[in-house]
Design a binder for this molecule. Sequence first.
Ligand code: DGT
Ligand code: CA
Ligand code: CA
Ligand code: ZN
Length: 577
Amino acid sequence: MENREIAAVFEEIANVIRILQDDPKWQFKAVAYERAKRSIESYPERLEDIARDPNRKLTEVPGVGADLAGKIKELIETGKCQYLEERLQKIPRSLLDLLQLQSVGPQKVRLFYQKLNIQNLDDLEAAARANKLRELPGMSAKSEENILKALEALRKASGRFRLDVADKAAEELSSHIREFPGVEQVTPAGSLRRGRDTIGDLDLLVTGRQLEKLPDHLLKFPRLSQVLAKGADKVSFKLANSMQVDVRILAPESYGAALMYFTGSKEHNVALRERAKKRGWKLSEYGLYEGDRVIAGRTEEDVYQKLGLPWIPPELRENTGEIEAAEAGQLPALVELSDIRGDLQMHTSASDGHNSVEEMAAAAKRLGYRYILITDHSKAVTIANGLDEKRALENIARIRAARKKVKGIEIWAGAEVDILGDGSLDYPDDVLRQFDIVVASVHSRMTQPGEEMTKRLIKGLRNPYVRILGHPTGRYVLRRDPFQFDLDAVFNEAKKLGVILEVNASPERLDLCDRHVKLVRDRGMKVIISTDAHRPEHLAFMRYGVLTARRGWMDKQHVLNTYPPEKLLAELRPLPS
Ligand code: DGT
Ligand code: CA
Ligand code: CA
Ligand code: ZN
């Protein structure tokens, strides 16, 4: 064990002591651990070596007395510290994540936990957004704002970006590049083209004529912050949000091979190169070669065809069976955005949306949809202005009135009803019965132990009015892991009952994620892709949901909102008579 690791444990102990303050000598103890931490960090020898030397004592390290020496020994021998483990039993572990934020120390963490029951970064963000932090002693509107900024900075530091953030940057850059005369094609490659939920860096490919001066033009992009490399055919730079961009300028003869190479994934590429090698050829970003002669390269189709394969959609290129399926002629006919005929989760100004039913319906009509389901929140989600029974019934009346008024689209009255901590629903059955379609979701007590969460979800599904399970795993991209629960048990129960699992298309969620979609598909189950829109513009998130479903190998027969309205309704779990 390195000194730095031991120091980190001591720092954690000091923090936990300061958060708990349940020891009469807590201040004294915290200071002792902090002092030891600093001295261990800068100690010129490894403490582990000293501990193993029978002629030396750890107490020679300044700030380390007999008690701390014992803890260091324990750490070196067992990798653990019993004292810390015991202390950690008293608080949620996720509480310590708050300490990563600039301007948040243990005192503030204690305050947030005690006064507002804030247990993790998401709770903190919700409280800051609801302006609840400013009311606490020593806090202000300004410090609340600083916390939101720090949260954003922390998320960026993970080094990856959400799909929509990368997508938007790619669009802005592409239109900048297209301004340059002679540019013919600009295509995003890499993980963005494969539709992954997060993107490490942005890869853009450009073809055209006389592009010698394109690198200069590229560097004039307004939101560029730092140039990393500038050559005739490759330019790399960072954007103001610290996203790295790699632009490659290509010759049209090798465009297909380059697109394939830079789309990846690396694993898919490696498998294809092997395949080429077996045929005595060589595959690179410049083309497929027999000796020095190029035998394919202008288009992706050419290259795949020469390798004896049909073109493989980028979303499948992860070397997880797509090459074998292609070889056997068993690639799925993946669902497409243009197959989508409706959207079954959206909020209006009745709860936390921003627009009326009519405005959402008009936007859906512009997309050519045939139906929408309005799903405002139920009362448990006070932070989202959830509706109590009375307001829910009023909302149904409002939706039915809009339905009469707006022609050319079905407007169904639904709700996103909370599955409460004990698995019961947030409305009684006689209210649930009034909706056309009920979506049920979890928005509270998300850190329940796995067994409880599994029981809770299954109990929720068993309510006979529940027809769709919204954002089934509760994850937030780059921010929150899925709830702990038995995925198999819940998926199996949903299948048995005929409850449809949602692929939430909001780029913050993408839940089910690609892997989970694949699990559902492998069970022969169907899904619904919904945007969870809170504004008309959000209906465009459908594209991200479709990408995620495609990454999960979904064809359109297994995506219910590709069906016409009557057929969709017939496929949903029958309502109790
Ligand atoms: P990212 O950026 O982490 O989200 O993921 P990618 O897939 O965009 O990876 P990136 O940007 O490092 O590289 C873009 C593509 O270039 C990658 O998908 C495949 C190809 N590529 C990059 N490095 C290698 C390599 O060492 N070998 C092979 N075969 N392909 C590579
Ligand atoms: Ca990339
Ligand atoms: Ca790259
Ligand atoms: Zn929700």
